[in-house]
Design a protein around this ligand. Sequence first.
Ligand code: CO8
Length: 254
Amino acid sequence: MVLAERRGRVGLLTLNRPDRLNALSDALIDQLGDELEAMDADDGIGAIVIAGAGKAFAAGADIGATAEWSFMDVYKTNYVSRNWDRLARVRKPVVAAVRGFALGGGCELAMTCDFVIAAEDARFGQPEIRLGVLPGAGGTQRLPRAVGKAKAMDMCLTGRMMDAQEAERVGLVSRIVPPERLLDEALEAAARIAAFSLPVAMMIKESVNRAFESGLSEGLLFERRSFHATFGLQDQKEGMAAFVAKRSAIYTHR
Ligand code: CO8
């Protein structure tokens, strides 16, 4: 269901249920969490890409599997929290490579990643209202943070889709590329990140995410202390020495 590969210092995870548009079953999310945690702990990996097999990124929760569940089924077993929360705890940078549909949980998964590179045919949406539910994996929280209240309300209340151009314009997506370039573009971006100092990349991720969790002065203090901490790294010595010597830096990730 999730294919895990290594491309140099990049970990590539492919959601692989193309006949179901990569619908996010519990088993798939469990496996995705396992693979992400393994890559997070792997010293040989500096960044991760999540992509979808076939023509979609992911069309959301597996509707067939969840249709008959009761309130007690989902409340008592803590549906979504039980296996989704750990996806957001990955500390290395994660890039989403989105082609085709990223709907419901698929859009939420893309937004849980650190940034989204989209193919020209990508379509984003939170269509849960059409099913008699609301987004349950962060859609009502991460979408307004990414695109503002007006667009988020529009998406969640009407269930309409956003195409790649609109998604880039409003800040949900960082870049758009032709579909045939998508995977290479995402892998190249991840490889570029993975060649930098890993602890610095992790601190940047932590610090940018802090912007969504704290006020400005707290966030600035968090950033400043992380910045100070980089002066304790071998990688800072190497990065600045390489600049002064007009050569490329070779980071040892420590
Ligand atoms: N779950 C299960 N099966 C799906 C899903 C899905 N979400 N989406 C598509 N499929 C299946 C279809 O049933 C179809 O199967 P079959 O070939 O057996 O008929 C196959 O995938 C191909 O799909 P379509 O034939 O429908 O393809 P189209 O190109 O005609 O349409 C659409 C594509 C528009 C994406 C359409 O499939 C669709 O509307 N899918 C449902 C999208 C949706 O509503 N997603 C939100 C789900 S709810 C949700 O995500 C809540 C999140 C809660 C937390 C996250 C937990 C995981």
